[in-house]
Each structure stands twice: as structure tokens, then as C-alpha cells.
Design a protein around this ligand. Structure first.
Ligand code: UT7
Length: 322
């Protein structure tokens, strides 16, 4: 039996950090409101020359390095992003070009904040079936580029960054289960209501921004993530007590706490980066994972549960032994 194992992790953040106080100078908000409602203290914002692909490449290089591999060993690249460099080609092919590992498949996955879980689950199938040996899975965003800086209900929430993992073929586990879901009826609760084929003029006019019904997303997220946790544990034949670490999508500390409560898990076993990074959409899970691997919290042999939800709605989770 072939398993897909996380062989290495990496991450990258833009240079510029913006605190809540700094934001409050230009937006009608306060450090107190943002911290109380979301847990966010600061976020990173990409500047000139910092793009989704440049952040992705920096994260990817670290992940390949920590896996003890060379770029030429990578035979599949999947980039989860909502904010690609270009309409086409895919950000994954731009990353491939920068890494210099040509020939294998490279493509993007769009599932917004669930993008990393979707990409991870997809790559796992390639590795498990023998179609890839060393898959590079990246979540990367310059989400702040699609924010309306005059809309305080969204612009205080998001940040930019990238995280990456290498999933390598292994005799031992490895990924134990992946679960993916979507409910397209929720489209208008979290969306950018313009694109290439619809309302393209708005994009050209620079009016293609995130809109969100925060309370609806919040309510749905709490329920959906509880379902993910139940289903993933059942499919893996595990109990919540066997999970060492929860690495959730980082949107709101209150949503994270409710999933931890569902698992009866102490917040000491939950990786929280939302305070430092804000919501980086598809990048948030691999950024948090890399943070906890690098600071020594997540150790080899431990069991990790990842989960996330976002626009669509699309959501999902995975359990793996690190
Ligand atoms: O990653 C994708 C998934 N996204 C999410 O998971 C987001 C889920 N939703 C949330 O995290 C929360 O709903 C928010 C953080 C977005 C909002 O928190 P909330 O507790 O649901 O606040 P609210 O929308 O009910 O707004 C409460 C008040 C309102 O004022 P009134 O009507 O009570 O006078 C808002 O106008 O807070 C006001 N408000 C703000 N005040 C200061 C909204 N945004 C701000 C702000 N600063 N930035």
C-alpha cells in the first residue's frame, strides 16, 4: 500500500506587517473590535513585486529543502489560490518555471479558503495511486488585492502569504483520510461578484472586491466544520483523543475555539496563527502547519487534523500522521 506522507513544509510572508492600530488610522474600526470579534492583531500585506507566485515559490523552496529533495524530484505541482498572478497560465506553471522542474503536471485549484484542503486531497490521490512520487502542494494568496479598503466588514479580516508541503510516497502513513464538500447554494454569502466571463468591466474598473455576509458564514462554518471532524474521524476509525494537533483554517478565533470544543481538545493543541496572519484564505492552513513544525510543536509520528471552509461554500478536512 502506498501512502502520501508530509515530507517537508515551508511558508512565506510579505515584508510589510500592518497592525490593527495602523488600519484604524484609515478605516472606521478599532484594535479592540478586531481582536474581540476575530482574534486578529496584525496581517501581512504584499507590496510591489510581491505576488502570489513569488510567495508560493519561497514557500515551495523551503518545503522541498526540508523534505531533503531537489526541485527536480517534484513530479506534480498543485497551487490552491483565489488570487492567481494571471487569468492564465496557472500560477502552478509559473511556480514550476521558477523552480525549474519541467514536464510533470502543474495546475491550480480554486476552492477559496478550503483550497489547501482540496489541493492536499487531490495530490494525495496522485501519490496513493502511484501517479506522482513527490507532490508539491501550495496554498498562496495575495488576497488583500481583492479587498475594498472602504468596507470595514471585510478589509480588516484578510492578509497575504503562502504555505507549502511536499507529499511523498511512503510505505507508512501518511495521510489517513481526506473529506471534501461543497454547497453551491451559498454563493452570495461570500464572493467577488465579477470575473472574466461575468461583469468583466467591473474587474477592469478595479471594482472586483470581496463581499461577505459574515454572520451567515460564521453560523454555517461552525456546523460544517463539526461535521467534517465527525466524518473524518469516523472514516479514519479514530477518536478525537487520538488527534495530537488541530491545524484549522485561520478565519476567526471563535470558529477555531468551537471546533476545538467539539473535539474536546485543549487550545494548547490547536495551532493558532490568525492573530499574526489574519485570514490568508488558501494559505492559512499550510502557513500554520509550517509555523508549528518549525517551532517544534508538531513532531514526527504525531497525528494532525486540518480543516477549512470558504466561498462556495466549499469545505473539507484531512487527518494525517506527520
Ligand atoms: O475564510 C472564509 C470564512 N470566513 C469566515 O469564517 C468569517 C466568518 N464571520 C466572522 O468571522 C464574523 O461574522 C465577522 C468577524 C466577519 C463579524 O463579526 P460579528 O460578530 O458577526 O459582527 P457583525 O457582523 O454582527 O457586526 C457587529 C457590529 C455591526 O454594528 P451594529 O450594526 O451592531 O451597529 C457592524 O457594523 O460591528 C460593526 N462592524 C465593525 N465595527 C468596527 C463590522 N465590522 C467592523 C469593524 N470595526 N471592522
Amino acid at each position: 500500500m502506498i501512502y502520501a506522507k508530509v515530507a517537508g513544509t515551508g511558508s512565506a510572508l510579505p515584508k510589510r506587517v500592518v497592525s490593527n492600530e495602523e488600519l484604524a488610522q484609515t478605516v472606521d474600526t478599532s484594535d479592540e473590535w478586531i481582536k474581540q470579534r476575530t482574534g486578529i492583531a496584525q496581517r501581512y500585506i504584499a507590496g510591489e513585486g510581491e505576488t502570489t507566485s513569488s510567495l508560493a515559490v519561497d514557500a515551495a523552496k523551503q518545503a522541498i529543502d526540508t523534505a531533503g529533495l531537489n526541485a527536480s524530484d517534484i513530479d506534480l505541482i498543485i497551487v490552491a489560490t483565489t488570487t492567481p498572478d494571471l487569468v492564465f497560465p496557472s500560477t502552478a506553471t509559473i511556480v514550476q518555471n521558477e523552480l525549474g522542474c519541467f514536464g510533470g503536471p502543474a495546475f491550480d485549484v480554486q476552492a477559496v479558503c478550503a483550497g489547501f484542503v482540496y489541493a492536499f486531497a487531490t495530490a494525495e490521490k496522485f501519490v496513493k495511486t502511484g501517479a506522482a512520487k513527490n507532490a508539491l502542494v501550495i496554498g498562496a494568496e495575495t488576497f488583500t488585492r481583492i479587498l475594498n479598503w472602504e468596507d470595514r466588514t471585510t478589509c480588516v479580516l484578510f492578509g497575504d502569504g503562502a504555505g507549502a508541503v511536499v507529499l511523498s510516497a511512503s510505505d507508512e502513513p501518511g495521510v489517513l483520510t481526506t473529506r471534501l464538500y461543497a454547497d453551491g447554494r451559498q454563493k452570495e454569502n461570500l464572493w467577488v461578484p465579477s470575473g472574466v466571463s461575468t461583469n468583466y468591466q467591473a474587474m477592469q474598473d478595479g471594482a472586483a472586491f470581496v463581499q461577505m455576509n459574515g454572520q451567515e458564514v460564521f453560523k454555517f462554518a461552525v456546523k460544517a466544520l463539526a461535521q467534517v471532524v465527525d466524518d473524518a474521524l469516523e472514516e479514519a476509525g479514530m477518536t478525537a483523543a487520538e488527534i495530537d494537533w488541530l491545524v484549522p483554517h485561520q478565519a476567526n478565533i471563535r470558529i477555531i475555539q468551537s471546533t476545538a470544543k467539539k473535539l474536546k481538545m485543549s487550545m494548547d493543541n490547536v495551532v493558532v496563527t490568525v492573530d499574526q496572519h489574519g485570514n490568508t484564505s488558501a494559505a492559512s492552513i499550510p502557513l500554520a502547519l509550517d509555523t508549528a513544525v518549525r517551532d517544534g510543536r508538531i513532531q514526527r509520528g504525531q497525528t494532525v487534523l486540518i480543516e477549512g471552509i470558504g466561498g462556495g461554500f466549499a469545505w473539507g478536512g484531512a487527518i494525517f500522521r506527520f
